[in-house]
Write a protein that binds this ligand. Structure first.
Ligand code: 1PR
Length: 531
């Protein structure tokens, strides 16, 4: 029997599902006494440092947790649950952590690498531990902006280290207590094995031998991510299907194209090695997702079988239903997180939020969907889905928007273009450009950009590299290149010619034209790091 500390923030369902998949029963912590009495306790840290500590405080769990860890009872902490073992964090100044270890958890230093770190990185194991029985140096999934410094962890606790611009602690363990920065429940088969090793430990210790700090290890490397995207909507018969547009037009001969069932396709992509799966509820701008139970059901079912990160977008905004009940964007996002999403993606509402930010001359209100969700769940859980379209102009003076000189000449012989943001699935263009949008969203607290391109969507003609370079150069958060992939070579091109952290495709995977393994193989051949 495994006891789970679910304090109602973020995606705890994935950990629950992973434990169930491994054949163990899960019990929830119902009160402080369970913390002390549980045979094995898992603390899946999701959300911001401050909100995690606030909930622990509210539920009277701080002292029992400290006592449990100090008395060396089996404990596995994940992600923020590693960070709360320290005195505090730059993420939530003034909030005290559990203070098992000294020092503050700090934000990754600004530099060439995007923050948050989102994706698959390696670990260096610094102490023998049965947690890593069977581990074959696979990459594991990390998602965080703050990290533990090596100098704050006593040698006898150091379990693993990782490199991301700097060398930091990605795991601590001693006796029966362990905490990991990466997410084993989201790290595919490799992560499930680590989790299983913890579940099967019996009375065994997680760290048996004194550490041997290794000298001269090459830095671990972050992989470029390959993401499969499923655009989902109801067809005219009311069945929820995966569809695919051609420049966002998903109908062929009047019918919504049907490329398969969402859960089945997601499972297939997981098995084929997708590093992440994204669902976009493409009619979410007009339907209300909390009444759209099939989509939530898709997420629930998928998260039972797919152990890589799941993102869901579509319809995340405030809403009043036909009975006059009001929901905030945070309510909608929370429902998605509870149903198994690791990240949510906001499209139309992000455009409106940045328009308001500009009207307010850059002053934030604290009320936008991005701010609300980021405050509770952390920036790394908030993706912005951008749906831009090229607008060609004869000269940069013809618009106040940021233009580029483009290698792809416009229909009237124009050599310049800007990227116009759209809402409602590309149906409505706004007076906002892609650079204004992403910079505004970063300011409001978004953690990642999913950069679509209406001109390229479904064309198989390759990613819009000019757009990707423009946008990635304008922000310090990771960018997922999307729209236009037609071959494995297009993935090589996007990673060689732009700094995008990830690339996403839909059509070629749905139609089985290019397997995910072929994409990875092509990247490996040119020494691009992949999982
Ligand atoms: O505005 O917050 O409700 O979110 C709606 C979401 O639905 C947005 O993320 C928006 O991008 C998406 N969306 C709306 N309409 C469409 C459509 O296609 N008619 N899909 C749509 C966007 C773009 C990508 C696609 C890539 C790769 N689809 O998701 O998967 O372009 O395709 P490819 O590899 O086949 O070229 P809100």
């Amino acid at each position: 029997m495994i006891t789970l500390l679910d304090y109602g923030a973020g995606n705890v369902r994935s950990v629950r599902n992973a434990i169930a998949k491994l054949g163990h029963e899960v019990r929830d912590v119902a009160g402080p006494e369970d913390i002390l009495q549980a045979e094995k306790l898992i603390f899946p840290g999701v959300g911001r440092f401050g909100s995690v500590m606030e909930r622990l405080q509210r539920d009277g769990l701080i002292e029992p947790l400290i006592q449990r860890i100090r008395s060396d009872k089996p404990f596995l902490g994940i992600c923020v649950a590693l960070q709360v073992l320290f005195e505090g964090s730059e993420e939530s100044p003034g909030v005290a952590g559990l203070s098992i270890f000294p020092g503050q958890v700090k934000r990754f230093a600004p530099g060439l690498l995007s923050v948050p770190q989102i994706g698959w990185n390696g670990i260096h194991i610094q102490a023998d531990s049965p947690l890593f029985d069977g581990y074959q140096e696979e990459k594991l999934y990390f998602v965080h902006s703050y990290r533990v410094s090596c100098e704050n962890v006593p040698d006898e606790w150091l379990l693993t280290t990782t490199d991301y611009g700097e060398h930091y602690v990605s795991g601590v363990a001693r006796g029966h207590v362990a905490a990991l920065q990466f997410h084993p429940e989201k790290s595919g088969a490799a992560g499930l094995r680590i989790l299983e090793n913890f579940l099967n430990l019996g009375q065994g210790r997680v760290s048996e031998v004194l550490p041997r700090p290794a000298a001269g290890q090459p830095p671990t490397k972050m992989a470029k991510r390959v993401i499969a995207c499923l655009d989902v909507r109801s067809n005219d018969r009311g069945d929820l299907v995966v569809t695919k547009g051609d420049q966002y037009d998903v109908r062929q001969e009047g019918e919504v194209r049907n490329l398969g069932k969402p859960v089945e396709l997601a499972r297939r992509y997981y098995e084929e090695g997708a590093d992440e799966i994204t669902f976009l509820n493409i009619t979410g701008f007009r339907d209300f997702p909390m009444q759209d139970q099939p989509m939530i059901e898709v997420l629930r079912k998928t998260s039972e079988e797919v152990f890589v990160p799941l993102t869901i977008g579509g319809g995340i905004r405030e809403f009043t239903d036909s009975e006059g009940r009001s929901y905030t964007a945070l309510d909608v996002a929370s429902e998605y997180f509870r149903s198994g999403a690791d990240k949510i993606s906001i499209g139309s509402d992000a455009v409106y939020a940045v328009e308001e930010l500009i009207r307010n001359q850059g002053r934030t209100s604290g009320r936008s969907s991005i701010e609300q969700i980021s405050r509770t769940y952390g920036a790394q859980a908030v993706v912005i889905s951008v749906d831009p379209r090229r607008v060609y102009v004869k000269s940069p003076e013809d618009t106040f928007h940021q233009t580029i000189r483009t290698g792809q000449v416009g229909p009237g012989g124009e050599h310049y273009c800007w990227y116009q943001c759209t809402v409602k699935g590309g149906r409505e263009g706004r007076d906002l450009d892609a650079v204004q949008l992403v910079q505004g969203c970063e300011q409001l607290g978004a953690g990642e950009i999913l950069l679509n391109c209406i001109d390229r969507d479904g064309t198989n003609s390759g990613f819009d590299l000019e757009l990707i370079n423009l946008v990635r150069g304008a922000v310090s958060i990771p960018v997922i290149a999307s729209s236009g992939a037609g071959s494995a070579v297009h993935f090589v091109e996007v990673f060689q010619k732009t700094p995008a952290e990830a690339a996403l495709a839909a059509g070629i995977f749905h139609r089985r034209e290019v397997p995910i393994s072929a994409v990875k193989e092509a990247l490996r051949e040119v020494d691009i790091e992949v999982r």
